[in-house]
Design a protein around this ligand. Structure first.
Ligand SMILES: C[S@@+](CC[C@H](N)C(=O)[O-])C[C@H]1O[C@@H](n2cnc3c(N)ncnc32)[C@H](O)[C@@H]1O
Length: 224
């Protein structure tokens, strides 16, 4: 599915998040400092990576992992268009999130944007892999779509997702877009409290959750 959505994915994202995704991504990248090694899990077309690269600076490194070759091709193209001189070196890895750790040298930060829901069947394995991939003191910063807790907002959100978002999806991707995928994947994934518990069980500490748009999007941050 992601392979088929790659070319128009950025436009879809921008339209459906009402332009707010940029601000959420900035929050997600707050733990990134100069000199850090950063892994972007499920980097897609590279939205998070592109912003992480200048933050990590020349002494840092940014690795983008994704299992979709077409998503990676778009991300590569976008990175190649950047001014190279003062930015962190970048690498792409075509692999599954379930296969972490993928290298021996640990990361300072593992970020992800709108990926966790897609990994619901293997979330324990993925979190364990992330944990093992981090330095002690290393951080995770995971952004994703979630169901709002309050009934009224949930209803409004479901209506928006199943009408406007589904319509954008159909207009941009045609039959390749599964109209109710976003609502369905958010519904079946762990609720915020359950995900926090999962992070604790994996060994993470200092867990913080930030809510955007009345809980329609959440940012989970924690330390190893
Ligand atoms: C909704 S997109 C998000 C892309 C990007 N992180 C962003 O913020 O726009 C989800 C991405 O996760 C990738 N993905 C889904 N399941 C994966 C898995 N098991 N292993 C690696 N990548 C995966 C998809 O290929 C896709 O690029």
């Amino acid at each position: 599915m992601f392979d088929r959505l790659a070319e128009r994915y950025d436009l879809f994202n921008h339209l459906t998040s009402l332009g707010m995704a940029t601000g959420w991504r900035r929050e997600t990248l707050k733990p990134v400092r100069p000199g850090m090694r950063v892994l972007d899990l499920g980097c897609g077309t590279g939205d998070l990576m592109l912003e992480a690269i200048p933050l990590a600076g020349l002494e840092g490194e940014v690795v983008g992992l994704d299992f979709s070759p077409n998503m990676l091709a778009v991300a590569r193209r976008r990175v190649e268009q950047m001014e190279p001189n003062e930015y962190a070196p970048v690498r792409f890895v075509e692999d599954k999130a379930e296969n972490l750790p993928i290298e021996d040298k640990p990361y300072d930060v593992v970020v992800s944007g709108f990926v966790l829901r897609n990994l619901y069947e293997n979330i324990d394995k993925v979190l364990e892999g992330v944990f093992r991939s981090l330095k002690t003191g290393g951080q995770v910063s995971f952004l994703d779509i979630t169901e709002p807790d309050q009934k009224g907002w949930l209803l409004l959100w479901q209506t928006y997702m199943n009408t406007m978002v589904a319509l954008y999806g159909k207009l941009l991707f045609g039959k390749d877009y599964p109209a109710f995928y976003l609502t369905e994947s958010a519904r079946r994934f762990l609720k915020a409290g359950e995900f926090v518990q999962k992070l604790k069980e994996t060994g993470f500490q200092n867990i913080r959750v930030k809510s955007f748009m009345f809980g329609a999007v959440r940012l989970y941050q924690a330390k190893k």
